[in-house]
Design a protein around this ligand. Structure first.
Ligand code: ADP
Length: 183
């Protein structure tokens, strides 16, 4: 599994799955969520409403992830995750790490081999970008080497995911991720 960081727009990525920094309502918002809904077309909102009705009547919990099709996006799937909101006192790094690892689990379930992530919680939700980068890179690496006890530490477990691409909007965010990836 390769882990990369690029500067760009996540809605144009040619990967199997892109991750949306959604909110609990799943009914759309600003930032990357708004951009993904605009690019995917109105069917995405309909699919999110359906997820609410069928599976998450109280909303998608913080740190969890759920999949819909990508509709008009190049990506086949959108994995919606809800980052912790720093401004609301949600300051658990485990919660933020869970956004990345549960998204990777959803990607495996749908058979994706490549996945792109934005800087979840690094926008309106107010987390420091260096901290987002640290948690994002650490959790992808930890997930790859396997929280699975049956797998020997230091080995790579065969998840099927070949590429994790962090797609950052700004040069500063890219620099934060590149710094962590270089460690
Ligand atoms: P959150 O509410 O989880 O903080 P935001 O959407 O406000 O989510 O921001 C998360 C990050 O996504 C921010 O760094 C923001 O600059 C970035 N972002 C916004 N639009 C896009 C896009 N089209 N592609 C990639 N990243 C984006």
């Amino acid at each position: 599994m390769r882990i990369k960081a690029v500067q760009g727009d996540i809605t144009t990525q040619d990967v199997d799955a892109i991750v949306n920094a959604a909110n609990s309502s799943l009914l759309g918002g600003g930032g990357v969520d708004g951009a993904i809904h605009r690019a995917a077309g109105p069917a995405l909102l309909e699919a999110c409403r359906e997820l609410r009705r069928t599976t998450y009547p109280d909303g998608l919990p913080v740190g969890s992830s759920a999949v819909t099709p990508g509709f008009e996006l190049p990506a086949r799937w959108v994995i919606h995750t809800v980052g912790p909101n720093w401004h609301a006192g949600e300051r658990s790094t485990a919660m933020l790490a869970s956004c990345f690892t549960t998204s990777l689990e959803r990607a495996v379930e749908v058979g994706a081999t490549s996945i792109a992530f934005p800087a979840v919680s690094g926008g309106v939700y107010g987390w420091d970008m260096d901290e987002v980068a640290r948690v994002a890179v650490a959790s992808a690496r930890a997930w790859q080497s396997g929280a699975d006890d049956s797998w020997e530490p230091g080995h790579r477990r065969p998840t099927g995911i070949e590429l994790v691409r962090f797609v950052l909007f700004s040069a500063d965010a890219l620099a934060a991720f590149e710094h962590r990836l270089a460690e």
